[in-house]
Write a protein that binds this ligand. Structure first.
Ligand code: PAF
Length: 280
């Protein structure tokens, strides 16, 4: 697997794939790869498909008080994992290639970005939308793969691609979980052993609430119980919310797919997770 860091090299490599009539799939990441990312690569691989992974820790999606400087960076190990998983090309641009001097564009996807993580992390989804638009323009893939763990991000990307007529298929890949249910995340490594033990309360609380809402219990009660269970486990809760699965609007219209989403902190680590609300 080749690693390229200049746009001209990326374009040449992708042009060579195209010249051989191969389709191209993109797996965008910020590195610190785990089995969740590998599931994206696995989903992207297919006959006649070349897989390009990107590693870029995007400063524009981190708020001033967030973990940009301590975000785990281990490109050499990531590159080995990607090569072993059958990835064909690694796009790892330095920050000055992604955002050269004079860069002045910001992409803001309204509506779907408004609530939940959009409200808790002002500017976060503008940063995501801006870098994803750039990655899609740089790699020009036929399809791009995103984890469902970042459900709202996936919805923002789908809206972005539809609104800008980008002509790329966006594929959501189900969340990969530890045996006890904790969603895989690059941030799990921050958890102290006792926090890791407590973290299982997050998928459990969501699972219980989703089941209750699915069988017709009052969502207000179910959400309050989930919040109480998280607080009991030592979480400081940002939100536990029921939303329309596509638009992320609160108070979803009956009959439309619904999603339960939560973000909560254990010590200095912020975890997010989401589950579908079953339909009967
Ligand atoms: O999900 C991520 O890792 C990032 O938000 C993404 C999509 C690579 C954009 O920086």
């Amino acid at each position: 697997m080749r690693t390229v860091r200049e746009l001209s090299s990326l374009r040449e490599a992708v042009a060579a794939f195209r010249a051989a009539s191969e389709r191209v799939a993109l797996v965008p990441t910020m590195g610190a790869l785990h089995a969740g990312h590998m599931a994206l690569v696995e989903a992207a691989r297919g006959a006649g498909v070349r897989v390009v992974a990107s590693i870029f820790v995007n400063p524009k999606q981190f708020g001033a008080n967030e973990d940009l400087s301590r975000y785990p960076r281990r490109e050499a190990g990531d590159a080995r994992m990607l090569a072993d998983a059958g990835c064909d090309l690694l796009w790892a641009p330095p920050v000055e290639v992604m955002y050269p001097d004079g860069f002045a564009t910001n992409i803001s996807v309204s509506g779907v970005s408004e609530h939940w993580d959009g409200a808790a992390r002002p500017g976060h989804f503008d940063g995501v939308a801006t870098v994803v638009a750039k990655l899609l323009n740089q790699v020009t893939p036929d399809a791009a793969y995103f984890g469902e763990k970042d459900w709202q991000q996936l919805a923002v990307v789908r809206r972005l691609v539809a609104d800008l007529d980008m002509g790329v298929e966006i594929v959501g890949v189900p969340t990969q979980r530890e045996d006890d249910g904790l969603a895989l995340s690059s941030r799990n490594i921050y958890l102290l052993p006792e926090e890791r033990a407590a973290a299982v309360a997050l998928p459990r609380a969501l699972g219980v609430a989703a089941k209750a809402i699915g069988r017709g219990d009052d969502p207000v009660d179910a959400l309050a119980q989930a919040r109480a269970a998280l607080e009991q486990a030592g979480f400081e809760v940002d939100y536990v919310a029921l939303a329309d699965a596509e638009t992320l609007a609160p108070d979803p219209v009956p009959g439309r797919p619904r999603r339960l989403l939560a973000a909560a902190r254990l010590g200095s680590t912020r975890l997010i997770d989401n589950v579908a609300v079953p339909t009967d």
